[in-house]
Design a protein. Structure first.
Length: 264
């Protein structure tokens, strides 16, 4: 399968500046929304002992002052925290690729969309937690906003791992779908480069169906994926790696390289 030329060129200075500016503005907006939507703590009642949890809060956002219930505020909090976690992941990846002068334009859309994916994942996990781990009789006042915000932020930062865990959990509960016309083909590896190198060397594996790769194993030692498209996967040889055919793990299965890699 030939690699698509769309977005294959390296990002220009203008592209980098625009994406960086958008990410900075988005980060500031998310922080403001998170702070504004944070529910107030309990206050002392008229008798001096009873703690009363406010049932609503008024937000002040650039001339817009909506009043939200505590339940609505929790929804906003988890979505903002999930998006912030994704932004943290995006910024870390962004400066790494820009610093190494390896950022291609095809990745810019992912950087802009990942915060929205993190927000949705944070909301989904919050619904799962509220539906399965709290009492049906419990109200919004029983939920610790710090806990759900922390979970949502971690989910947003590790959205790929979260999606893989969801797939593993629900694959045991639901019947697998029949392969159809749009069914993703099994991952395959046709070759790698270079064929040898020391620990810390960057290795590129070529093939197809590799866009969702989650890890590369060198002799049983797991290495994180630094770049993944449908036709290639890049990873760094980890400490403790041994010579042998690398194995790429994806949600659709594993693919073994027909060519071994020699660790020097």
């Amino acid at each position: 399968m030939a690699e698509s030329p769309v977005g294959s060129e390296y990002a220009r200075t203008r592209d980098i500046v625009v994406v960086f500016a958008v990410l900075m503005v988005l980060t500031a907006v998310l922080v403001i929304v998170l702070v504004q939507a944070w529910p107030p703590g309990p206050r002392t009642g008229p008798d001096g002992r009873t703690e009363i949890v406010p049932v609503s809060k008024t937000l002040h956002l650039a001339g817009w002052s909506p009043t939200m219930s505590r339940e609505t505020s929790l929804f906003v909090i988890v979505m903002a925290a999930g998006a912030l976690g994704a932004v943290a992941h995006v910024l870390r990846s962004f400066y790494w690729y820009v610093g190494n002068r390896a950022l291609r334009r095809s990745w810019l859309m992912m950087y802009l969309l990942l915060p929205f994916v993190g927000a949705l994942f944070g909301l989904v996990v919050y619904l799962v937690v509220r539906g399965g781990l709290t009492s049906p009789l419990g109200g919004p006042s029983d939920v610790n906003p710090y806990g759900v915000a922390a979970i949502a932020a971690l989910v947003g930062q590790f959205s790929r791992e979260t999606a893989e865990k969801f797939r593993a959990v629900f694959a045991t509960l639901l019947a697998p779908a029949r392969p159809g016309r749009d069914h993703a083909p099994a991952p395959t590896i046709s070759g790698l480069e270079p064929a040898r190198g020391p620990v810390g060397a960057a290795v590129t594996l070529h093939g197809s169906g590799l866009a969702s790769a989650t890890a590369v194993r060198f002799g049983g030692v797991r290495a994180s994926v630094t770049d993944a498209t449908d036709t290639l996967v890049r990873a760094t040889v980890p400490a403790g790696a041994t010579s042998g055919p690398p194995i790429v793990n994806t949600p659709d299965g594993a693919a073994t390289s027909p060519q071994p890699f020699t660790v020097e």
